[in-house]
Design a protein around this ligand. Structure first.
Ligand SMILES: Cc1cc2nc3c(=O)[nH]c(=O)nc-3n(C[C@H](O)[C@H](O)[C@H](O)COP(=O)(O)O)c2cc1C
Length: 192
């Protein structure tokens, strides 16, 4: 009888992505609107609009922790505000990433998950350099997020950055939206 070969390689499991979206003036948004439209309906993506859910900043910690637990990759999508994120992102971090749950000796609920910061930035890339107007790269300015992610034993992925939003025309936004959708599709397929 001919021996049957058994293929022991497992197909990669599709990864579940949670997009935490924060924009306090979404009605006036162009860049985040384009990025949102490109990924909101993708298979494997849960899109969670924080300002829509918590206009009063009363973040439901249990609900947010349950959402985090159900997903493999967390994407934090927001406009760059004062070299950081809109205020509700900070409130969300302060409340949801509890000691003993997200970090600390017993806090291992986020261990092994991956985190992608996705930011739209008014300034041009050249201005975000040691010799440039803003002196630091966006990646450097995102270090407090990177350190937070690392403290929670998650993996920090190279950020997605859309620069020069003030001058981005429709084709630049289309381009960025396509790049963002491709990045998230790759993450669902676990190829990045
Ligand atoms: C309160 C506030 C702070 C901002 N801070 C920065 C900043 O530090 N650096 C920067 O390049 N752009 C900054 N911007 C510009 C926004 O990043 C930009 O308008 C946004 O990313 C565009 O996205 P949208 O079309 O989705 O609103 C700021 C805008 C606002 C309203």
């Amino acid at each position: 009888m001919a021996a049957r070969s058994v293929d022991n390689r497992k197909a990669p499991m599709p990864q579940k992505i949670l997009v935490l979206f924060a924009h306090p003036a979404y009605r006036r948004s162009r860049s985040n609107r384009a990025l949102r439209a490109a990924v909101e309906a993708l298979d494997g993506v849960t899109f969670h609009d924080l300002y829509e859910t918590y206009p009063d900043f009363a973040v439901d910690v249990d609900r947010e922790q349950a959402l985090l637990a159900e997903h493999d990759v967390i994407v934090c999508l927001h406009p760059f505000f004062w070299y950081s994120a809109p205020a509700l992102v900070k409130e969300w971090l302060d409340l949801v990433l509890e000691h003993g749950w997200a970090y600390g000796h017993e806090g291992r609920q986020l261990e092994g998950k991956r985190w992608l910061q996705a930011v739209t930035v008014g300034g041009r890339q050249a201005a975000y350099s040691p010799a440039g107007h803003h002196r630091y790269t966006v990646e450097e300015l995102l270090r407090p997020f990177e350190a937070t992610v690392s403290l929670c034993r998650m993996t920090w992925l190279p950020p997605f950055v859309l620069h020069a939003t003030h001058v981005a025309d429709a084709s630049a936004l289309d381009d960025a939206a396509a790049r963002f959708a491709a990045r998230l599709s790759d993450l669902v397929a676990e190829t990045t």
